[in-house]
Structure formats: structure tokens, C-alpha cells
Design a protein around this ligand. Structure first.
Ligand SMILES: NC(=O)c1ccc[n+]([C@@H]2O[C@H](COP(=O)([O-])OP(=O)(O)OC[C@H]3O[C@@H](n4cnc5c(N)ncnc54)[C@H](O)[C@@H]3O)[C@@H](O)[C@H]2O)c1
Length: 250
């Protein structure tokens, strides 16, 4: 379904799932602002978005810094206009080493909750008032199947990604009367630079748990984003969509 005339923001768009989402929303007809801390990656994504025929506004931002977020969204407003689609996608689980919860570094906990939960609320807080005014909005949040299942040494990541589902449902209820929907996508193991750097044994074990027998592609997550971003998904809100090749089901 066409997104012509709509403006989208995708965070964490310098690589992986966010890049695929930005390109897909552009192919669907939206103009796209892409936010990330990595300017080189943003430039590559911008070329692909523009190749799809859309306007692209790349904005360097540290999503852990509220002033930086405010400045980034001010640029989006000036350069692109009002936001109708927000894909809160930035996040990550990378760490130096896996430690059981009592031994986990408290600063790392704060970092993981900041990156995977708090900044999503910070970005969303900025666009909701303009969506309310427009009486239209699509908010899509990248959570993870780790909101439902667990990996050793990643209590912080699971807590943050599960927290996103609570946020999704609570916000969906609040803003529904303004024709704004809020949904989460929970990817499973997706082929990104991170998955390619995993040890062979870890990858084999993961693949053995996936009924479809392969990693997902970032474009397969982008397809789900495109659906939830579309006007036709108007009666779906507060939902969390697992895209895991069957590894996690509910
Ligand atoms: N790849 C997977 O298998 C998988 C599975 C489940 C969920 N996810 C989630 O999908 C989302 C995208 O992950 P991905 O696999 O594409 O990873 P990725 O590392 O390719 O993309 C994450 C992006 O976030 C950006 N980023 C990190 N910290 C930032 C900050 N402080 N400010 C601004 N930008 C910042 C990075 O520069 C990067 O471009 C994340 O939320 C991740 O938790 C990924």
C-alpha cells in the first residue's frame, strides 16, 4: 500500500534492519529521515533511499543524549516536516563478555536499558504530539524474540526488550483515540554484521532451533515494518509480531 506523501523516521538506520526498513519505506513512497550515530553508514543508507526515489534526510545523533535527540528531531521537522511514521529501531546487545546477573556490571545495565528502552520513549515523546494534531500516526518498535526467550548473560537486553512490549501496549491504549497505532516487531536471528561474526558452533545451534532452517534477512523485517506502517494496518495496535522463522511462537 502506498505511503506517498508520508514522512518516516527510522532510528539505527546506518546498517542492518534499520537500513532495510528505511529503503523499504522509501520504496513504498515515503520520504525518510534516517537517524544514527554512524555518519558513514548513514551516507550509504541515504544513497539507497534516494535510489528508491525518495527524499532522504540523514541526521547524526547519539540517542543516549536527550539534547542530541531533540536537535535531531528539530532538523527532521525543518528538513522534512511532520512525522507520520516512526520506526524506533536502534538498539543492540553487543557486550565484551557474558556475565551472570550478580556479576554483571551495573553501568552496562544502565547502558543497555538506555539504548534499548529509554531512548525509544525519548524519541516517541517528541513525535506523539504532532501525530495527535494530525490525527494519524504509525509507531513501530523493534523489540526482539529475547523479550520472550532468554540467552545466558543477557538479563539487561531481555529486560529492555520486554519493557518495550509493555511500553507498546500502554502507549497504544493512550493514543488509540487519536488514530495512532503502536506496534512492536520481535525479530529472531537476522543476518546482520553481528550474526556473521558469531562463532560457528553458536550459529549452528541457533540454526538447529529455527524451523525454517535459516537466518532471517533484514528485508524480511522491513516487510513487516512496511505492513504495520501502512494505512491498511489501521485496526492493529498494541500488538507484538514475532518474525523468527518459527523459532519463537506465541
Ligand atoms: N540482528 C538480529 O538478529 C536482531 C534480533 C532481534 C532484535 N534485533 C534488534 O534490531 C535492531 C537493529 O539491530 P541490527 O541487528 O540491525 O543491528 P545493527 O548494529 O546493524 O544496527 C543498530 C544501529 O543502531 C545504531 N546505534 C547504536 N547505538 C546508537 C546510539 N547511541 N545512537 C544512535 N544510533 C545508535 C548503530 O550505529 C547501528 O547502525 C536493534 O534494536 C536490535 O536489538 C536484532
Amino acid at each position: 500500500m502506498s505511503l506517498k506523501g508520508m514522512n518516516a523516521v527510522v532510528t539505527g538506520a546506518a546498517s542492518g534492519i534499520g537500513r532495510a526498513s528505511a529503503v523499504r519505506l522509501a520504496q513504498d513512497g515515503a520520504d525518510v529521515a534516517i537517524l544514527d550515530i554512524n555518519p558513514e553508514g548513514l551516507a550509504e543508507t541515504a544513497s539507497s533511499v534516494e535510489a528508491a526515489g525518495a527524499r532522504c534526510v540523514p541526521v547524526s545523533v547519539d540517542l543516549l543524549d536527550r539534547d542530541s535527540i531533540a536537535a535531531a528531531f528539530a532538523t527532521v521537522k525543518t528538513e522534512l516536516g511532520l512525522v507520520s511514521i516512526l520506526h524506533n529501531n536502534a538498539g543492540g546487545s553487543l557486550r565484551r563478555d557474558l556475565k551472570t546477573f550478580p556479576k554483571a556490571d551495573a553501568d552496562q545495565w544502565d547502558y543497555m536499558l538506555g539504548l534499548n528502552l529509554r531512548q525509544v520513549a525519548d524519541c516517541t515523546r517528541i513525535v506523539v504530539p504532532e501525530m495527535i494534531e494530525a490525527r494519524y500516526g504509525r509507531i513501530i518498535i523493534t523489540s526482539s524474540e529475547m523479550a520472550f526467550r532468554t540467552n545466558f548473560g543477557m538479563t539487561d537486553y531481555s529486560a529492555a526488550k520486554a519493557g518495550l512490549l509493555g511500553f507498546t501496549r500502554a502507549l497504544a491504549r493512550e493514543v488509540a483515540r487519536h488514530e495512532i497505532t503502536v506496534n512492536a516487531i520481535c525479530p529472531g536471528a537476522i543476518r546482520t554484521p553481528l550474526s556473521e561474526s558469531l562463532p560457528e558452533a553458536h550459529l549452528e545451534k541457533t540454526l538447529s532451533e529455527i524451523p525454517l532452517g535459516r537466518l532471517g534477512e533484514p528485508e524480511e523485517i522491513a516487510h513487516a515494518v512496511s505492513f504495520l506502517a501502512s494505512p491498511g494496518a489501521s485496526y492493529i495496535t498494541g500488538e507484538s509480531l514475532l518474525v523468527t522463522g518459527g523459532r519463537t511462537m506465541h
